[in-house]
Design a binder for this molecule. Structure first.
Ligand SMILES: NC(=O)c1ccc[n+]([C@@H]2O[C@H](COP(=O)([O-])OP(=O)(O)OC[C@H]3O[C@@H](n4cnc5c(N)ncnc54)[C@H](O)[C@@H]3O)[C@@H](O)[C@H]2O)c1
Length: 418
């Protein structure tokens, strides 16, 4: 069986430095790794992971290996792999099959290679590995005890499988832990999406009309950070309560058909399909910039953009100019893929510290628990709370404890107006 496949093994020294830098900013995961080294809770397990191959993922992989596991890893997006990190992981003995700039066929071939290792536990980000396992490689299901899922879109897909009665093993929705989505999706995506847009375009955000499609956890973060840089943020939504929240946070809310006419920069983060499509592109201003930070590259209709265009050229890395039949120019970032991972480095290590601490502890939970019935599970509350406690401690923040009187007061009903 092939041991690994990466772009360039000579990039390993830089990759090791990147991992060292990330690790220094991931104190919670480092503590877990140290405990895993002693207790070896994952001894004898093979883990099959489909995650963005970044420096932070490498720190997670280090912790899992310290726990005694063997790890096979592929990327969860064709454009998000950091090739130096992949090379370093290969040098550490990880069965890594990932490089930046894969074709769709190469992407799925790498998932297949991970499944060839017959994982006991899967770690997925977007549910492509789980989907492939169920639809094309059912033979590999027999060895699987359980799995984890990192992102909203993956959890949505897994719940659909669960509801259809198709899910064949238990999966913990790591995304749905408080210590995941409240921080990773909001502050992580918020900061790194702006980072990706700036690295790709280098434009000034102050004074721009910045349209954010969606007002969920990721899009709230993006809107918040764009506002902080002086952009005029406009939100589009389909859920009334979220639209209302955006309005009361001082943002303009309108349908995308109206926003299309006035936006300078557009970012989608909805987990939905064709949110920006032909009729919106036709109305956009000359020079408008379009990016996506949702999981899949389906939020902006690339088919429509190609169909409307007569020519395109690459202006800078991750910045493609499309010339429309009417002479107007539109600019697409990172091929419509996750702009924060493709044009920048993904979430900062500090936030992935919490997401991946949840991953490591959920994998340990799966390893120690008897095989659970096939279903999508929430992260056990004690894991979520442990991650929050460890993170606060690492940040040097102390909080209050309830006094016995307060504990009693909060658990009784007798005392009212005094
Ligand atoms: N870029 C990253 O690194 C990163 C990180 C975490 C999650 N994600 C992905 O980002 C996407 C959003 O995740 P989330 O956690 O914010 O989900 P969420 O469910 O909290 O928010 C999505 C929002 O989009 C809205 N929406 C759906 N269709 C819409 C449409 N047509 N127009 C306008 N709004 C619409 C929904 O009503 C919802 O409020 C998912 O694909 C998720 O997997 C990306």
């Amino acid at each position: 069986m092939e041991e690994f496949q990466v772009k360039d093994k000579t990039l390993a020294p830089q990759g090791h430095l990147q991992i060292e830098w990330a690790s220094a900013h991931m104190p919670v995961l480092t503590q877990i790794k140290n405990r895993f080294s002693k207790e070896k809770p994952l001894k004898g397990l093979t883990l099959g992971a489909c995650l963005h191959v970044t420096k932070e993922t490498a720190v997670l992989v280090d912790a899992l290996i310290a726990g005694g596991a063997k790890v096979a890893l592929c990327g969860s997006n064709p454009l998000s792999t950091q090739d130096d990190v992949a090379a370093a992981l290969a040098e550490k003995g990880v069965h890594v099959f990932a490089w930046r700039g894969q074709t769709t066929e190469e992407y799925y071939r790498c998932i297949d290679k991970v499944l060839d290792y017959k994982p006991t536990i899967t770690l997925d980000d977007g549910a492509d590995l789980v989907g492939t396992l169920h639809s094309k490689r059912p033979g590999a299901l027999a060895s699987v005890k359980g799995g984890t899922e990192e992102t909203t879109t993956g959890v949505v897909r897994l719940r659909a499988m669960d509801n259809a009665g198709s899910l064949k093993y238990a999966i913990i929705a790591v995304n749905d832990a408080y210590t995941k989505y409240l921080f990773d999706n909001r502050y992580g995506t918020g900061q790194s999406t702006i980072d990706g847009i700036l690295r790709a375009t280098s434009v000034l955000l102050a004074g721009k009309n910045f349209v954010v499609c969606g007002y969920g956890w990721c899009s709230r973060g993006i809107a918040m950070r764009a506002q902080g840089l002086g952009a005029n943020v406009i939100v589009t939504e389909v859920i009334p309560t979220k639209a209302l929240e955006a309005a009361m946070n001082g943002l303009r809310v309108m349908p995308i058909a109206e926003a299309a006419m006035i936006g300078d920069i557009f970012v989608t983060a909805t987990g939905d399909i064709n949110v920006i499509r032909k009729e919106h592109m036709q109305k956009m201003k000359d020079g408008a910039i379009i990016a996506n930070s949702g999981h899949f590259n389906v939020e902006i209709s690339l088919k429509d953009l190609e169909g409307l265009s007569t020519a395109k050229k690459t202006m800078r890395p991750n910045l493609e100019e499309y010339i429309l039949k009417n002479g107007k120019k539109l600019y697409l970032l990172a091929e419509g893929r996750l702009v924060n991972l493709a044009a920048a480095e993904g979430h900062p290590s500090e936030v992935m510290d919490m997401s991946f601490a949840n991953q490591a502890l959920c994998v340990e939970h799966m390893a120690k628990t008897a095989k659970m019935p096939p279903k999508v599970y929430t992260v056990p509350k004690d894991i979520d709370e442990t991650v929050a406690e460890l993170k606060l401690k690492a940040m040097g923040i102390r909080i209050d404890e309830l006094t016995p009187e307060q504990r009693k007061y909060l658990s009784t009903w007798e005392m009212g107006t005094t």
